[in-house]
Design a binder for this molecule. Structure first.
Ligand code: NAD
Ligand code: MN
Length: 357
């Protein structure tokens, strides 16, 4: 019996609702598998904690998380706390502090969840977006001068390093190689941005030398949005900067049916620190407390977590259960259904318990 220590950080809005749903599904899996168990510890950090203490997590937060095998994260964001405080106070310090430089975002159409694209069905859209997660546009460098004056200046400096770009490029080529089509699209904006982005293109070409079996091409990010909508079948693995991939993956989530099904994994490929698994969506305060948050993104990212922990069989079983429930039409209102979060969760737990899943 292998026991995994999981740090759960439900945080804000619908975060606690979808993490609670995920905990129920993990409990059902542990009963079914019999060879693994989960020891979940919940950390009540986030915007409420901030309103009481002035910080999103305690000063020694990273030290508290370090002994865990993985982090299962909900979402941050509250109507009465500025977004840059919630993001830079909790999620980004964990990603950057644990050097989770590869952000991996699988997107495919699950049968039962319709794409808004006409004629595009399951199988037509099956992508993994690799987002550089440690530097680039979110490196935190910049400043403001002459605040409030007409001549005020604000800068937001994008930092790209050879080490940072090379390691994410290798990660993306390795991932592309592991998928059946062995296809990689490298996204930049190197026509307008002549320094960091041209360096991306150069490093992509260098790294590609080591992957003769991977077919790769380059796209400018603006043209990429058009290709994602018009010919989703032409894409497979995609690598892009922190900002570009952030935007492209929200579009990808919407094209696959809903942001409520899109998962993400923040991975430290060298496994020095725990990696972090979370839905792509935010705290969705427009639906908080209504019991209708789609828990599928939370389940899917739990399946990514199981893969990362080396529990491939349990991960695949969880996804088969999710796909069966969606195909049966037991889905939440964001994807056209009438089920509640708890009804979807119960159905997935039931499917996990059934003989033939
Ligand atoms: P959002 O992702 O919270 O919501 C966008 C829309 O999608 C809303 O209409 C919401 O109801 C819907 N939605 C999202 N997840 C859903 C789910 N599981 N089921 C059903 N519908 C779902 O984005 P937003 O409204 O731009 O931001 C709200 C807050 O979340 C902000 O404070 C923002 O900063 C924060 N945010 C946090 C993260 C994160 O924690 N990683 C990511 C994005 C946004
Ligand atoms: Mn985002």
């Amino acid at each position: 019996m292998k026991t995994y220590k999981i740090a759960a950080i439900p945080a804000d809005g619908i975060g606690p609702e979808v993490i609670d749903a995920g905990a129920q599904v993990l409990a059902a899996l542990e009963k079914r598998e019999e060879t693994l168990s989960f020891d979940l510890t919940t950390f009540h950090w986030g915007s409420d904690y901030y309103k009481k203490t002035g910080v999103m997590m305690p000063e020694d937060g990273l030290d508290q998380l370090k002994p865990f095998d993985a982090i299962y994260f909900g979402a941050v964001g509250a109507p009465d706390v500025p977004d840059h405080i919630t993001l830079w106070g909790l999620r980004l310090p964990i990603c950057q502090g644990f050097d989770q430089y590869a952000n991996v975002r699988p997107t495919r159409i699950i049968p039962g969840v319709a794409s808004p694209l006409r004629g595009v069905e399951a199988g037509d859209l099956d992508w993994v977006i690799v987002r550089e997660n440690s530097e680039g546009e979110y490196s935190g460098h910049g400043g403001r001068a002459h605040r409030g004056l007409p001549e005020e200046v604000g800068t937001e400096v994008s930092i790209f390093t050879r080490v940072g770009v090379t390691r994410i490029m290798r990660y993306a080529f390795d991932l592309a190689r592991s998928r059946p089509r062995k296809l990689l699209t490298v996204v930049t904006k190197s026509n307008a941005q002549r320094f960091g982005m041209v360096m991306w293109d150069e490093i992509a070409a260098e790294v590609a030398q080591d992957y003769p079996d991977v077919t790769w091409d380059k796209m400018l990010v603006d043209a990429m949005t058009v290709r994602m909508v018009k010919t989703p079948q032409s894409l497979d693995t995609i690598v892009a900067t922190n900002l570009h991939a952030d935007i492209l993956s929200d579009l990808a989530g919407a094209l696959a049916g809903s942001l409520g099904v899109a998962p993400t994994a923040n991975i430290d490929p060298e496994r020095r620190f725990p990696s972090m698994f979370e839905p792509i969506h935010g705290s969705a305060f427009d639906i908080t407390g209504k019991g209708i948050a789609n828990p599928v993104a939370s389940f899917w990212t739990a399946s990514q977590m199981l893969d990362h922990l080396g529990e491939g069989a349990a991960s695949a079983r969880l996804m088969r259960a999710v796909e069966k429930v969606c195909a049966d039409g037991i889905v939440t209102p964001d994807v056209g259904g009438t089920a509640t979060t708890q009804q979807v969760t119960d159905a997935v737990c039931e499917a996990i318990r059934s003989e033939n899943i």
